[in-house]
Design a protein around this ligand. Sequence first.
Ligand code: ZN
Length: 223
Amino acid sequence: MIRFYNAKILTMDGGFDVAEGALWTDGGKIALVGAEPAEHPAFEREIDVQGNLLMPSFKNAHTHSAMTFLRSFAEDVPLQTWLFEKVFPYEDRLTEDDVYAFDRLAILEYLASGTTAFFDMYFYPDATANAAIESGIRLVFCGSINGSAKDVQRLNDQYRKFRNMHPLVKYRLGFHAEYTSDESLHKELAKLAAAEKEPVYTHISETKREHDECIERHGASPA
Ligand SMILES: [Zn+2]
C-alpha cells in the first residue's frame, strides 16, 4: 500500500469538491480518501503531498505518439499539404525500432505531465504496445484499417491479439480518414464492427477541403 498524506484531493465524485487528508492505494485501487483511521496497515511507501492537489490523471484522447519525431516540422502549411507532402514521405521510412523509440519519448512526456492513458493510431502496434507496457501506461489502440492493418482481416487479427494482450492495453476499430480509404474498406469494417458490437473511430471533417472533396466524390459530407 502507498499512503499520500497532507493532500488536497479532487475526487471528481459528482462535482468539484476538494477533500483534505490522505489517499491510500492498494495495488491498482484507491483504498481510502480523506480522514484516516487511527489504526492502519503498514505502508510500502508514504508520500507527503505538502498541501498540493491530488487529482485524477489526464487522458490523451487523440494522438499519434510516435510523431514526436515530426514535432515542429512544417507547422506552417495546410493539413493536406503537411500530411501528403511532408509527413507521409517520412513515415514511409520508419522502422519498428524507430516507432518504439519515438513512442517511449512520447510516453515520458505523458507521464511527466500527469497523463496516464493515450488513444493512439499509428503503424507497428507491437512496438507501441511494448513501449506502453514497459512504461506502465494505459494504451487504447485506435486500429487503422488503412494504417497499421491494410485490410479487414489484418485489422481483425490485431483486434483479437491486442485486446487480450495485457490489462493495460485495449483495442478499438477505426480507419484513418475518408480521403485515405474507400467505400469498400468502410463496408468491410462496418461488418466487423457490427459483428463485434464495437464503435468505429476516424478523423472526420477536419478541414474545408476534406469536406468539399468528399461531397464531390460521394455527394455527401464525410459523416
Ligand atoms: Zn489524428
